[in-house]
Design a protein around this ligand. Sequence first.
Ligand code: 0X9
Ligand code: ZN
Length: 427
Amino acid sequence: MKAVAAALGLIALPLAAAKVSYKGYQAIHIDTADDLAHQGVAKALKGLNYVNLGCGGESDHSGFDIAVAPDSLSAFKKLGLESKIVREDIGADIDAEGDITPYVSMRKDNGSGALPDIAYFDSYHDFEGHLQFLKDLSAAFPDNSEIFSAGDSVEGRPLQGIHIWGSGGAGSKPAIIWHATVHAREWITAPTVEYMAYKLIEGYQNGDETPKATLDNYDFYIIPVVNPDGFVYTQTEDRMWRKNRQERDGARCVGTDVNRNWPHKWDVDGGSSPDPCAETYRGEEPGDTPENAALRNHTQAVGEANGIKFYVDWHSFSQLILLPYGYSCSAEADNIDQQMKLAGGVAEAIKGVNGLNFAYGPTCETIYQTAGGSNDWVFDIAGAELAWAFELRPQGGGSGGFAIPPDNIVPSGEENWAGMLNLFAAF
Ligand code: 0X9
Ligand code: ZN
């Protein structure tokens, strides 16, 4: 009965007990310029029960955070690394994310033309809910949008997106492409881009100046969950899963980092890992994940048709706007001055909403070296004018990191939408 009621969207079922419990795991910031993937610190941590949480400097983005299991805390302390506890109990943060609310067409009415209920953004949702929300969004703007799939994941799930266009008709203008949730645990990213898609359509329908002008001049392609298998896995098995769910012959570990798999500067030393057990495992060959193939082919096709004005790969967390390049700290994008100027305007607009600081700059200098990352490929190979990655709220692991309460969703959507409006007005 409860299941039936839940299926009808009447009640929220608690998230099925995750197999991995993070109860009592401490988030610890290790103060070092090294990236855990390929430096000595990883060796020191060998044998400990911990998860790599990636970059997490509160103010200068130095070092990285790990989540250490209760049974490894004393062994960790004995290592004597320069470090500090930034969060006492990740299990409690995961509990505070609340129930995964089933979403079944929360349309304001069942007639065409009505936008979905904004209450969708009050909680986190399962993969099916994300698929349905996007369909409802498209149904509210039937003459100017369509649902598409860029291709299928390893386990056969669609990389579903919404294509939205303006007065010129479908596919007639340069593209704005947004990808989110390539890293499965970065939950805030999908609802943030969905919120912005909602605002774009709402603004266009209301005749608001910037959404109207932008949509009349650009075709939007927005894919909120580009790593669906990983995302489902974070809800059923392990909240802190990052990679896709691809198995490899002879490898003991599962998963490739799809954001180290793009076939451009793919194995530049220091920007990824050849180890299938690493969180930044690049794959065996450039572009050998089904997810990357799908995203690459879609991006290439759209780029060849009308060009790409602006690409964003939405990540969390750290509050950053990252520009090309990731693969090298000495390579410089030819239009870097223009990109920096625009990013500065976006950061200021974001700050104006809820006061949050987003730092910005070339990826390699601002966060760390990344090889085979999306924005380098989209900039150099697909020829986008602007190819960025965002790291959304919070600023550090001390504020919850990947697991933040759902009342962050609307503020995250609002601040980034203000950032986007600032950018669109500057195009
Ligand atoms: O390491 C990453 O892939 C991103 N940081 S995260 O903590 N979300 O994992 C940074 C990626 C920035 N660059 C590209 N998208 N290429
Ligand atoms: Zn990420």
